[in-house]
Design a protein around this ligand. Structure first.
Ligand code: TPP
Ligand code: MG
Length: 555
């Protein structure tokens, strides 16, 4: 890449001749990115040529399928909370990356897709160019909130900086930049755009006072966190203590309040507390389960904090709506609350008792919990667990203790079977300092199992547990219970997973019990030079659904 003359800080850099691809890459580096997850092809040849030139500053991690590249970027974004990027060819490349983009949107993950295009002059003409797809930009617009087509090098750096800003402004989320096969390599005068300032949250002090008064007077306050609370663990923890309020976390908000704190609750106890709550503080959550499953009545007062102003009134008008980043809003609330807060007796004993009562009821899913306990016992506090869509995971959502935010990665409402392994691979690549464990079923693992080759090629020390029941077990149970055992399309013919893993060069073992799993995990975490695959042969598990889909309690 051409050398840029050093300019004193604060002064705009002088224009330098570079290609559009070089401008995009230099801008990504300027925004602190150190990796791009990618799969090459002719439309993006000049992009990869620029990546070669920048390879001392930006690593290119190439995968075996575009879904692998996009899921890796997603996992890296989920694990770090920071923007990540992937690059794929247009048409089939974009569609192959589609489920990951969809999941990035659902989880508000800042993932930038660099997508190739057919020759610039022919875009929209339906001539049948290689990988042409009708209205690619229109398809992209349905998937992400911010997208742009780079048409010349002069425009490339600013377009990249605008995308990076959009991904981190308001409700965060993915963005896409398209660039044509004949534009990536075009040279022109480029002024590199430094990161654009991200607008700070404006605090509505009147609304903060109102919220503090409501919460301060509440007899049975409840805090509900969603994925939008992941950056405000300290504030949520302090509010919980000040209000003696339990904190409900589900999936992406698990660990915002440490799971060892008796006030940290999951869905079943959270529903009991929702039934009796007089004031709810909802932080970065859609409250869909509460409003659609558990019910709401007009007596219930809700203080909502959300980065997206459109979210507040979608289903039920809150008493107080606060728009912006959770951390500064909750910090203001914490400062205001002592003036209004009632004297409160400790609820610690009550919470411990209620937690114990639910733990007893969880004995119904003891087989799953025994495996989860084995994982928790071996995984260090900041070790990361990644969900695929499988039996053990459904139990984990309510019964696996999570200690810190971003240590339990979940795809949220998309639940795309098969994301787990590749997403965890990205998380492990971005967080080489901690062990990452993917929990997959035999069905989900095979969606991206070929990325074992990527793990070997890039020496990613991910640990993957495949719970092998020879079935799309969840589907099979539904067919057994609700359709008179008319089993169709739910049995699976599997490879020998240990032999399969070894054939790639991975460490691969079989564990038959929670104890054997603990031993296998210990070996896996000690092996930091490449991936480990652990197959756990299992039968059908008891259904966990009564702890997740629970009937109405209010309204
Ligand atoms: C993309 C996608 N396709 C299909 C589904 C529907 N689905 C949910 S769970 C499941 C079966 C999962 O099987 P496996 O990974 O073996 O886990 P198990 O239930 O057997 O533990 C299926 C097909 C889905 N969630 N996402
Ligand atoms: Mg299965």
């Amino acid at each position: 890449m051409p050398k840029q003359r050093k300019k004193p800080a604060g002064q705009a850099a002088a224009a330098t001749t570079m290609t559009a691809a070089e401008a995009v890459i230099a801008t990504l580096i300027g925004h602190g990115l150190d990796t791009i997850y990618a799969l090459p092809g002719v439309q993006n040849d000049f992009l990869f040529e620029a990546l070669f030139g920048a390879s001392d500053r930006l690593r290119t991690v190439h995968t075996r399928h575009e879904q692998g590249a996009a899921y890796m970027a997603l996992g890296a974004a989920m694990a770090t909370g920071k923007p990540q990027a992937f690059a794929v060819v247009p048409g089939p490349g974009l569609l192959n990356a589609g489920a990951a983009l969809l999941t990035a949107f659902a989880t508000n993950a800042p993932v930038l897709g660099l997508i190739g295009q057919i020759p610039d002059a022919d875009i929209g003409r339906n001539l049948g160019h290689l990988h042409e797809i009708r209205d690619q930009a229109g398809i992209i617009k349905r998937l992400v909130d911010h997208s742009a087509l780079i048409r010349k090098p002069e425009q490339a750096s600013r377009a990249t900086a605008l995308a990076m800003r959009a991904m981190q402004t308001g409700r965060p989320g993915p963005a896409v930049l398209e660039c044509a096969i004949d534009v990536w390599g075009k040279s022109g005068p480029v002024t590199l755009q430094a990161p654009l300032p991200i607008p700070a949250t404006k605090i509505d002090h009147g609304a903060i006072r109102k919220a503090a008064k409501l919460l301060g007077a509440a007899k049975r306050p409840l805090i509900i966190c969603g994925g939008g609370a992941q950056g405000s663990a300290a504030e949520v923890t302090a509010l919980s203590a000040m209000l003696q309020a339990p904190v409900l976390g589900f999936r992406r908000s698990r660990g915002v309040l440490d799971g060892r704190n008796p006030f940290s609750v999951t869905l079943p106890l959270g529903r009991d507390l929702w039934a009796e709550a007089d004031v709810v503080l909802a932080v970065g959550t859609r409250l869909l389960i509460q409003f659609r499953q558990w019910g709401v009545n007009p007596k219930m007062m809700i203080v909502r904090v959300d980065a997206d102003a459109k979210e507040h009134n979608r289903l039920h008008k809150p008493t107080v709506a606060l728009t912006g980043d959770a951390a500064p809003i909750l910090a203001s609330l914490l400062a205001e609350l002592p003036k209004h807060n009632a004297k409160r007796a400790s609820r610690e004993g009550e919470m411990e008792e209620r937690q114990a009562a639910w733990r007893k009821r969880f004995e119904k899913i003891a087989p799953q919990i025994a495996f989860l306990d084995a994982i928790r016992a071996e995984l260090p506090e900041d070790g990361i667990l990644v969900e695929d869509i499988t039996q053990i995971v459904f139990a984990a959502r309510v019964a696996y203790p999570v200690y810190k935010p971003r240590t339990y990665l979940s795809p949220g409402f998309q639940d795309p079977l098969g994301l787990g392994f590749a997403t965890a691979l990205g998380a492990q690549h971005a967080r080489p300092d901690v062990p990452v464990v993917a929990i997959c079923g035999d069905g989900g693992f095979m969606f991206t199992a070929t990325e074992l080759a990527t793990a070997i090629r890039h020496r990613i020390p991910l640990t993957t547990i495949v719970f092998n029941d020879g079935a799309y077990g969840n589907v099979r149970r539904i067919q057994q219970e609700r359709f008179g055992n008319r089993l169709i399309a739910s049995d699976l013919a599997n490879p020998d997973f240990v032999a399969f893993g070894k054939s790639f060069g991975a460490e691969a073992v079989r564990a038959h019990s929670p104890d054997e799993l603990r031993t296998a995990l210990r070996c896996a975490f000690a092996h930091r030079d490449g991936p480990t695959l652990i197959e756990v042969p299992v039968g059908a598990f008891p259904s966990p659904w009564e702890f997740i889909h629970m009937p109405k309690v209010r309204g």
